[in-house]
Design a protein around this ligand. Structure first.
Ligand SMILES: Cc1cc2nc3c(=O)[nH]c(=O)nc-3n(C[C@H](O)[C@H](O)[C@H](O)COP(=O)(O)OP(=O)(O)OC[C@H]3O[C@@H](n4cnc5c(N)ncnc54)[C@H](O)[C@@H]3O)c2cc1C
Length: 507
């Protein structure tokens, strides 16, 4: 990839800045249309918002409540397409809204029926009202005091960074060049004032490189305005950053196969408790924030708020000591709407922001359509509606703890069959084995201990203390693959421990 990026002297058709859901989606779309495509990510793929979502493939019940029907319909359609194209990663999940007063059941029942109807032929399971007994059966740890019943509806669930890595691989298979640890540092204009190329820095070696492009797409999420300012320092802001928070608890707080949705917390937000990778993920929707740090820290009051709200709905109530990991999630909200926004500056820089993980494909289609016009590229139709995403496997659950890899699970098993030591678990509290580290280094461009523990596996997000324990072994395995020495390993473990501190909760 590095060689391809350094050696090309003619202009790329499209250069994408940013390797989150938006950028990777654009890379897949552009490459499958046959455009010469380069994607540059300053850190690791998914380091930003895209590794920190609530893991839902959804239409957004709260947007329906706000009356934004077209946004919900589009997202519900994309939800169905994503399940069709990545069945190894997207699964249907029943959500229960527990009711504690007589009116809640019918009230939310009607709204969620409409939600189901809007999905049309892309529908998931039917929504229905359930009795108090059925609610207790499906949610064994729900607070029974005052419970009158519940409403069930269906949405999708996924693993955000696994999908991201699969999208990066799909784009590469379709001919795109994608680099992590490649930061765009400046944008260059021709005599006509229109962008002609950019400079990027290899963050591992410090070397600077340049590349020419017919169109440059800015897909940098919360950093959108910072990149726009590289071309036009006084461009008006288009992004309002926001932040949400998540905590991860033991599975015993949410046994069974159902999730809980709280449509109205005491401060009017939506909160979810979801079964995820054998744990319980609790998260709220986001709140506005002043600036956009790369490693946002979950706000302490957010954690207290989530614990207090969870305590209202759960019989066994979680405390700070039960939190296995926490994270603050930086996000970008296109200033004008909750929908995605495409903005073209005077310099010709095309910025795409907002939207959500669920709608990444549709956003990419829209973006590449406009980029093709802007860059005067030959007309080519979008083909991603029915494009299988790398790893595609409808029956992946038979791969056990490797199910999320889809067809790649077979290749990982093959590694183990050649070297049985690779089957060794990296920690007793998580399912990850050594072969996954080797696979991540060889096939998925993992360059650091953090890449492996935060985004190729989800150890850091599931159980930060376990991830810290795993770090030295991961460093040793990576060092062998990447031909690094002992000093590198020590440095890697230290750097990882620093990042992991932000995921630990002090009691
Ligand atoms: C709390 C929360 C929960 C959410 N939950 C859901 C959910 O359940 N379902 C859903 O569908 N959506 C959800 N979303 C929305 C979704 O996560 C985002 O819409 C999506 O991840 C945005 O992706 P992105 O690629 O635009 O931005 P990012 O993922 O932030 O990617 C931008 C990338 O650009 C890189 N970058 C920045 N500057 C440069 C530079 N100079 N050079 C190179 N690279 C650069 C960054 O390092 C970063 O990796 C949630 C959002 C939040 C905040």
């Amino acid at each position: 990839m590095l060689q391809q990026a350094r050696q090309r002297t003619e202009p790329w058709d499209i250069i994408i800045v940013g390797g989150g859901a938006t950028g990777a989606g654009v890379a897949v779309d552009a490459a499958t249309r046959g455009y010469a495509t380069l994607l540059l990510e300053q850190h690791d793929f998914g380091k930003g918002t895209s590794s920190r979502s609530t893991k839902l493939v959804h239409g957004g019940v709260r947007y329906l409540e706000q009356g934004n029907v077209s946004l919900v319909m589009e997202a519900l359609k994309e939800r169905g397409l994503l399940r069709q194209n990545a069945p190894h990663l997207v699964s249907e999940l029943p959500f229960i809204v527990p009711s504690y007063s007589w009116w809640e059941g019918p009230f939310y029942g009607i709204g969620l029926k409409v939600y189901q109807m809007l999905s049309g032929k892309y529908g998931f399971g039917p929504s229905q009202l359930i009795s108090k007994e059925e609610t207790l059966k499906r949610l064994p740890n729900v607070n029974p005091e005052g419970l009158t019943g519940g409403v069930v509806y269906y949405d999708g669930q996924f693993d955000d960074t696994r999908l991201l890595i699969n999208l990066v691989t799909t784009a590469a298979e379709q001919g795109a060049t994608l680099l992590n640890y490649a930061k765009v540092t400046s944008l260059q204009k021709g005599d006509d004032g229109v962008l002609s190329g950019l400079s990027w820095q290899d963050m591992e070696t410090g070397e600077s490189h340049s590349a020419q492009a017919r169109v440059i797409v800015n897909a940098t999420g919360p950093f959108t305005d910072a990149v726009r300012h590289l071309a036009e320092p006084d461009a008006q802001k288009m992004i309002a950053p926001s932040q949400g928070a998540h905590i991860v608890l033991d599975r015993s707080f949410l046994p069974g196969a159902n999730a809980i949705m709280v449509p109205h917390t005491s401060d009017g937000r939506v909160m979810f408790a979801i079964p995820w990778h054998g744990h319980t993920l609790v998260g709220t929707t986001d709140t506005p924030m002043k600036d956009a740090p790369l490693e946002p820290v979950a706000m302490d009051q957010e954690i207290e708020f989530m614990l207090e709200t969870a305590a209202l709905y759960l019989e066994k109530k979680p405390t700070r000591a039960d939190i296995l990991a926490k994270s603050g999630e930086g996000s970008n909200t296109a200033a004008l709407s909750r929908d995605h926004t495409i903005h073209i500056d005077k310099s010709g820089l095309l910025s795409i922001a907002g939207g959500k993980w669920t709608t990444y494909r549709n956003m990419a289609q829209d973006c590449v359509d406009q980029a093709a016009t802007l860059g005067d590229l030959p007309d080519k139709a979008c083909v991603t509606k029915n494009l299988n995403i790398h790893g595609y496997q409808p029956n992946a659950s038979s791969f056990g703890s490797l199910a999320f890899y889809g067809t790649d699970a077979l290749a990982i098993k093959e590694l183990i069959s050649k070297d049985a030591t690779l089957d060794k678990a990296l920690d007793s509290e998580l399912p990850y084995v050594a072969a996954e580290v080797v696979w991540a280094a060889r096939e998925e461009m993992a360059r650091t201990v953090e890449d492996v523990l935060a985004r190729r596996t989800r150890a850091l997000f599931l159980n930060s203390k376990a991830a810290i324990r795993m770090a030295p072994r991961v460093a040793a395995l990576l060092a062998q693959e990447l031909k690094q020495d002992k000093t590198w390993q020590v440095d890697q473990v230290e750097k990882f421990n620093q990042v992991a501190q932000g995921f630990l909760v002090k009691n």
